[in-house]
Design a protein around this ligand. Structure first.
Ligand code: ATP
Length: 230
């Protein structure tokens, strides 16, 4: 579904991504882990056309997307939930949701409220008054309303309490398992991300250094000592 080929991206003269190769198959749940500044956000932004690339290619269902503006890429079915969530804090929860696309129907909204019941209760509250966890749920809910073929999540657990992270990962897992959603998840919380995903890519200093089945990498002593605190 998504194929990143030999992607190199610089900020000025400084390379942030070096010859990245990464594949996401339809229906797959892939996570990308790596320490602070490894280049994970840059990769998501480059896939979405938010950051220009220096060389390499990105394909989505065999269509070249690295030359497209972000709106066109989004229309093809890629939706990014950015680290900073991109909500409108002074607008109500419901208003934030209907901004997902021009023609949100009542039944689509109800479906999202079934998945995120806490948002239904607070649908008339301003997004900025929600807790961090609820705001993250709202950001994911809005992304779901846009009916993505591929959902890109950038550090959704950042700054959230462990119980809230549990709830968030439960929803993300449900969206993958029950709704068949294809997901590319970027996380510093490597353990959680690897537990819920099928495939893991590890990024260090702008390069993919390891990739494989999450279940196998969870048992890999090098990954355990570098990323899992074991
Ligand atoms: P984090 O987990 O902290 O978000 P990350 O793995 O997502 O880290 P990036 O944010 O992609 O990493 O950053 C990769 C490298 O590019 C870092 O060295 C960072 O300092 C640099 N970088 C990121 N954004 C910019 C920018 N706008 N201008 C210049 N350098 C940048």
């Amino acid at each position: 579904m998504l194929e990143v080929k030999d992607l190199t991206v610089h900020y000025g003269p400084k390379p942030a991504l070096k010859n990245i190769n990464l594949t996401v198959h339809e229906g797959e749940f892939v996570c990308l882990i790596g320490s602070n500044g490894a280049g994970k956000t840059t990769l998501l932004r480059s896939i979405m056309g938010l950051k220009g690339i220096n060389s390499g290619e990105v394909y989505f269902f065999s269509k070249r997307i690295h030359t497209l503006p972000t709106e066109r890429t989004a229309k093809l079915g890629l939706t990014l939930v950015p680290e900073e969530r991109g909500l409108f804090p002074d607008m109500r929860v419901r208003e934030n949701l209907v901004l997902a696309k021009v023609d949100v129907t009542g039944s689509e909204l109800n479906r999202v409220f079934d998945i995120f019941p806490a948002l239904k209760k607070k649908s008339h509250m301003k997004a900025g008054s929600l807790s961090g966890g609820e705001q993250q749920m709202l950001a994911v809910a809005r992304a779901i309303l846009s009916k993505p073929k591929l959902l890109l999540l950038d550090e959704p657990s950042l700054g959230l309490a462990p119980l809230i992270v549990d709830a968030l990962f439960e929803v993300i897992t449900m969206l993958h398992k029950q709704e068949g959603l294809t997901i590319l998840l970027v996380e510093q919380n490597a353990h959680r991300a690897m537990e819920v995903s099928e495939t893991t890519y590890v990024m260090e200093n702008g390069r993919i250094t390891t990739s494989g089945l999450s279940s196998e990498l969870l048992d890999d002593p090098r990954i355990q000592s570098a990323y899992l605190g074991i």
